[in-house]
Write a protein that binds this ligand. Structure first.
Ligand SMILES: C[S@@+](CC[C@H](N)C(=O)[O-])C[C@H]1O[C@@H](n2cnc3c(N)ncnc32)[C@H](O)[C@@H]1O
Length: 388
């Protein structure tokens, strides 16, 4: 389903509306809910105790969320999800092999079981369905490992919010500040992005019609994981990858391995300082805009418009916020991740559409995806000038 993105962002529209009757009622109700006496009464009353219990459990999950994440981190770091999907094992065996006290290993396995990642099997444990699903998400294990960096930045959320911290993530993604970088740094972040590209490409390819494009240029395309997926799925378009020179060698190797080298041109350069090559009738920006501040995005969109012919398409694919309805992936995880990078910002489809319109794009539409926590898509066109 294609949705027109309204000119007026829903988040702004709702800010101007007077407080509704429903919102006022909820405020009155919440003042009662906040009282410990009410909580005690509600948890015993047959009419309210289910809601009170559900609220209590949700609250406890929020309070304990960082412990849950670290239990998952430990399971991934020890590779236990994979090991226990091959065969069940008793805790004592695992304790010996991983040099962890048996009681503590048992505690980790019980924690993994409580979180639904593992299950009891005979006298030991095996991977449960949720744990198996985690293994089936390409790049998830690398993402979880990489969270040791993000986790340290989240340790002082107020410093993060006040922009007082020299965050580790801003050093992990050095290009956000626009300078040069050693090639091993580019290889490190490119590897992580490429690993997690599988699902992004899958969702983007489902949401967007790529047939009919003659030449597609992926700007900020990293080591070409998106173009590789596109090239395999859609045989027609010629492909162009534009990214920083440090990233190009990784892209070349990937296209060679995929047998796509004959179809792809790699153009090294910086969209901050270089014009983009002409000739593509569609340009994609996959997980690029959220790395950058509004001014950089505005300049990039103008550069993209310049490179496109009249009627040319711009496809933006990245995780987005929920606008009037904040949601967990975009408004919690990606919003804080971008904050820790210190330059970018997760945006709603409406905000991206406004930036695109301001850069001179029209027919801007939001193409919802099945997994918005992976990516969402906004597409627009460079207008066709009609002679008077
Ligand atoms: C978050 S990564 C996304 C990579 C890829 N599109 C993906 O989704 O896997 C952002 C990419 O933008 C590239 N990039 C950052 N600044 C750039 C610039 N000034 N010019 C060209 N590419 C740039 C980075 O090198 C990196 O490959």
């Amino acid at each position: 389903m294609v949705q027109d993105v309204p000119d007026q962002g829903p988040e702004r529209a709702s800010a101007r509306r007077p407080l509704s009757l429903g919102a006022r009622w909820r405020r009155w109700r919440n003042a009662r809910v906040a009282s410990p006496r009410f909580q005690s009464w509600a948890s015993a009353n047959p009419l309210t105790r289910r809601t009170a219990r559900a609220d209590g459990e949700r609250l406890f999950d929020l309070v304990a969320g960082f412990v849950h994440s670290q239990v998952l981190f430990a399971l991934v770091e020890l590779d236990l999800l994979a090991e226990l999907s091959a065969a069940p094992r008793p805790a004592a065996d695992l304790a010996r092999r991983h040099r962890i006290d048996p009681q503590r290993m048992e505690a980790l396995l019980r924690a993994g079981t409580a979180l639904g990642l593992l299950e009891r099997a005979w006298d030991g444990y095996q991977t449960a369905r949720l744990g198996a699903a985690a293994m089936g998400v390409p790049g998830l294990a690398d993402m979880i490992r990489h969270h040791s960096v993000f986790y340290r930045d989240m340790a002082d959320p107020l410093a993060l919010l006040r922009d007082e911290a020299d965050t580790e993530l801003s050093h992990f993604w050095p290009y956000v500040f626009g300078g040069g970088m050693p090639s091993d740094v580019a290889a490190r972040y490119s590897g992580l992005m490429a690993e997690s590209q599988g699902l992004v490409a899958e969702e983007t390819l489902r949401a967007v019609e790529f047939r009919g494009i003659r030449r597609l240029m992926d700007v900020g395309g990293g080591t070409g994981a998106f173009l590789t997926a596109l090239g395999r799925a859609v045989p027609e378009p010629d492909l162009v990858l534009f990214d920083l020179p440090e990233v190009a060698p990784g892209a070349r190797a990937r296209f060679d391995a995929a047998g796509l080298s004959g179809r792809v041109t790699i153009v090294p350069g910086s969209f901050r300082t270089d014009a983009l090559p002409q000739g593509a009738d569609a340009i994609s920006l996959v997980r690029v805009l959220y790395d950058h501040a509004d001014e950089t995005v505005a300049a990039l969109l103008a550069t993209v418009r310049e490179a496109l012919p009249e009627g040319g398409r711009l496809i933006v694919s990245e995780p987005m916020t929920g606008a009037a309805r904040p949601e967990r992936a975009g408004d919690v995880y990606f919003a804080f991740y971008c904050m820790a990078m210190r330059t970018g910002r997760a945006r709603s489809p409406g905000e991206i559409a406004r930036l695109m319109r301001a850069a001179g794009f029209e027919s801007v539409t939001h193409r919802p995806t099945a997994r918005p926590f992976v990516t969402s898509v906004v597409e627009g066109r460079k207008p066709v000038r009609h002679e008077a």
